[in-house]
Design a protein around this ligand. Sequence first.
Ligand code: AMP
Ligand code: MG
Length: 350
Amino acid sequence: MQTLVLKPDGQALEKAAALLRAGELVGIPTETVYGLAADGLNQQAALKIFEAKQRPADNPLIEHIAHMDQLKELIRGELPEQARALAQAFWPGPLTMILPKSQRVPQAVCAGLDTVAIRMPSHPVAHALIEKCGLPLAAPSANRSGRPSPTRASHVLEDMKGRIPLILDGGPCEVGLESTVVELSGDKVRVLRPGGVTPEMIEAVLGGVWVDESVLKPLQPGQVVRSPGMKYRHYAPKGSLTIVKGAPERVAGRIAQLYDEAVSQGASAAILCMKQNEARYGHRRVHPLGQRPGLDSVASDLFDALRLMDEQKVERIFAEAVDAHGLGLAIMNRMGRAAAFHVLDADRGE
Ligand code: AMP
Ligand code: MG
């Protein structure tokens, strides 16, 4: 199969909508990461996503909608009050809610669970496409399983070339990390996966929030998994990744030492550091994250940097930790998982 990459003009959107209505897959830009979209009401189309991604069958997809009216078809019963409040505050935007599913949601989309994950993306191309198709679109990230999520059309092409007919190139993704996933239970919500909508932002709306314990820790044997995606080792570069946390000068000192050891052992090594710390590493090979000041820019650079590490066949990657608050929690969750939560504390001499 030939894979076309098109700028999302009117004609390309028509083509994408026609493919989706015919049960085919299209790579689409969203504000979080690129999605691999299919007709969200079509079981056969959803199954194609699992095949193209080589995604385990028990890892459900997210339904993407453009209007609140589309919820009725997808959920069972009324929208809970907290869900309404969150939708009002954060939709369209990078928040996914887990809700009781209706009969209309194909079994493949929710991987046999009795709940469905729903999000209303803010990206104008995703929005226009959902409108044009007149369908909810089921879409996980458009990477092959085990690869970092794609934040540029070129990443989707790397992973999906020959597997899907069309990719819409909407440029780099604004957030660059997958959506925040929340489960509603009782009068609080639980964050199963942190993202662009932070726990602090949710707390400001609902007055309370839990963050699932698996967010910054590896799963323990026998631990209940609340979101199937959490049990897979996602976002992993081919090289080994070590994260170092602590006071900035100590972190830089420790990373420089680890880097020099790796190089002296003949390994190819690289450092992922904040842009403002670049000079601390002298002649060493650094890849700065965050072309602009602030964590937003670090988040949107992270997956591209991990892909680059693979492309350049880097064997030992050393990364500076960020403070795990606000958007920093999502960054540390993704970095942590890519590193199998191998984090050294420079302040404790680790
Ligand atoms: P992706 O869009 O590739 O990030 O994948 C969707 C994420 O949403 C995965 O981590 C899933 O485990 C999670 N997810 C989707 N549906 C559900 C659900 N019904 N319950 C819990 N987690 C879900
Ligand atoms: Mg994914």
